[in-house]
Design a protein around this ligand. Structure first.
Ligand code: GDD
Ligand code: MN
Length: 366
């Protein structure tokens, strides 16, 4: 390869070994006459995708592998793959053959002609499509796409597409502003880039995955919602704190319900009833926060139990702080509800801040 490299195709992979050789063959076919390479960015797949890519790379110099250990995330993988490339044009596509590789030379032509900085493979425009997607997934995607339009001003038909090509400069201009979380790498780039980014879309038909399985689960959807909320109100108050507080309010309802049942209903003495209600409410809050607020750091098995214990400890101290502050404010102000609200607020901030460090400290293991 004496001619300068023109295009790097960055392909994030997680357990895609079955698809790898097929994809490489398809790229060879589609990119005849182009100086290209493919960079697989693998997050330590169990099926040894990375090792397979390295093996193929010994005889096929177009194939490279970036092997990340102890890391997870589609966006981050794409960003690092693009950073590893010296090519003037960068493409991102999935490994599972759902993206139509024959679109790559057309995308490249648009960039070469200098008419655009980013070319997006769109499933939404005339001539594009979703293949055999179930109606339910289509409507989820449509809904997510319209939500996405809330946070970005560009008029793009498919900002959630995982298939696009851009100029190296356009990427490097925005790379430091990218959040790199979740899977919406294109949306991230579009939302973080300077005005005046020239965007063009080309239609393509999303194919059906044949080997391996999709990694976009409920966690990814939840991350997406959190990201949108964060872009909308995150500058006012951390979005996790909002969730934590909503869970807390719900927990208060649980507490009162249990207290009513145990004390009034079963006739258990008040102090014991209050203790039982507190334990139930704390457990309830822990479980809900573990599902929603900290979905990305969700605890399972033994860590779930240890997390619950540490949450009890944190909330115990929070309760003492709550009562102490409330008593102090009551002494100064004598307004019972100002004192009560202040105490509860300080307790909530304490619980939130400390549990985020001690209870849900580790990111979800790969
Ligand atoms: N390195 C790395 N790390 N790769 C990942 C990870 C990760 O955490 N999660 C997924 N991948 C890889 C997969 O191996 C695949 O090559 C590609 O990223 C897309 O993942 P899929 O699991 O196949 O996603 P999908 O088909 O459900 O979603 C596609 O459509 C979405 C829009 O509807 C993707 O193209 C998304 O990017 C796109 O937003
Ligand atoms: Mn896929």
């Amino acid at each position: 390869m004496n001619n300068p490299l023109e295009l790097s195709v960055v392909v994030p992979t997680l357990n895609e070994s079955e698809n790898l050789p097929v994809l490489i063959a398809k790229l060879e076919e589609a990119l005849k006459g182009v100086e290209w390479e493919v960079i697989f960015v693998d997050d330590d797949s169990d099926d040894d995708t990375a090792e397979l890519a390295r093996q193929i790379g010994t005889t096929n110099r177009r194939v490279r592998c970036l092997h990340r250990i102890g890391r997870r995330g589609l966006s981050g993988a794409c960003i690092e793959g693009m950073l590893a490339s010296p090519a003037p044009y960068l493409a991102v596509m999935d490994a599972d053959l759902q993206h139509d590789e024959t679109l790559l030379p057309k995308m490249l032509d648009v960039l070469r002609a200098g008419d655009a900085d980013v070319v997006i493979g769109s499933r939404y425009m005339e001539g594009g499509g979703f293949g055999e997607w179930a109606e339910s997934r289509k409507s989820i995607s449509r809904f997510a796409t319209s939500l996405g339009r809330l946070v970005m001003k560009n008029n793009v038909s498919d900002p959630m597409s995982g298939f696009f090509m851009l100029r190296k400069e356009a990427f490097h201009q925005s790379v430091r502003k990218l959040s790199g979380i979740g899977f919406k790498i294109l949306l991230d780039i579009l939302a973080s880039s300077q005005r005046g980014l020239r965007i063009k879309e080309l239609p393509f038909e999303f194919r059906t995955r044949i080997a391996g399985e999709s990694k976009l689960d409920s966690m990814v959807a939840w991350e997406y919602v959190m990201m949108l909320l964060d872009k909308l109100i995150g500058h006012l108050v951390p979005i996790r704190f909002v969730l934590f507080s909503v869970v807390g309010l719900f927990g208060l309802g649980v507490h009162l319900a249990v207290l009513g049942i145990v004390h009034k209903g079963l006739g258990v003495e008040f102090a014991l009833s209050q203790g039982i209600a507190t334990m139930v409410a704390m457990t309830n809050n822990f479980v809900l926060n573990n599902i929603f607020t900290y979905r990305d750091k969700r605890l399972h098995g033994l860590s779930f139990l240890l997390g619950l214990l540490s949450f009890f400890a944190v909330c115990g101290v929070g309760a003492i702080a709550n009562i102490g502050i409330a008593a102090y404010v009551y002494g100064v102000d004598e307004s019972w509800w100002v004192a009560g609200v202040t105490g509860a607020l300080v307790g909530a901030v304490w619980n939130y801040a400390v549990s985020s460090v001690y209870t849900w400290r580790k990111p979800k293991k790969a």
